[in-house]
Design a protein around this ligand. Sequence first.
Ligand code: SF4
Ligand code: SF4
Length: 203
Amino acid sequence: MNLLFDSEGKVNYDKINKETTVKDVLEAIDIFLNNNPIPCDTCKESCCKKAWSVEMDNVCVNRISNWDERCASDYVKKKLVKKRNYYREFDQYVLDKEKNCHFITEENYCTIYEQRPIICRLYICIDKSYRYNVVRELIGSTYLKALIFEEEMRTSKLSDELIKQYKRNPAVFAKGYDISLNDIFNYSEEEGWLYEDERDELY
Ligand code: SF4
Ligand code: SF4
């Protein structure tokens, strides 16, 4: 998978297959941004200093908590708030902030760059194609929902049936971003986020 500018000048990808993983997407973005650098250090309108939400995923929270379940749960309680995702109709966790992200410095450097949330990794502040945006959104939603599920499993006594249902999300307890897009798309279909005919257009 490679990212490129399409005929409309939008960021798009060439092709994916059944084996393509989320990690492949993130690597393709890094290569693209390396070849088409964005001047974040001199940006006057830093996306990290705006009032909009910074959505947090389970892998990011687990990484900054050194994979310690109690620390992860403390972090969720002290630093995050639940916010409704009205587009997908589920609750997600976002940083409890008014403006600047907790992790941005005056000079626009991210202090958790290597461990930053997946939505930050998937974000490119250039016009993006519809299919790139769909893939980005489905990956993000799967990992955002995984944090909600993991936190509930850490803090509440849930029925075996509910735990089984939560574990259908392929990102729950994932150690990283090695999940295949195929698994993300299967889960998205189960959740009603993606229809079969739309899925074909993503390959
Ligand atoms: S990614 Fe954010 S900080 Fe970097 S140039 Fe774009 S808007 Fe500015
Ligand atoms: S985590 Fe880092 S990249 Fe993401 S919004 Fe905060 S400062 Fe920006």
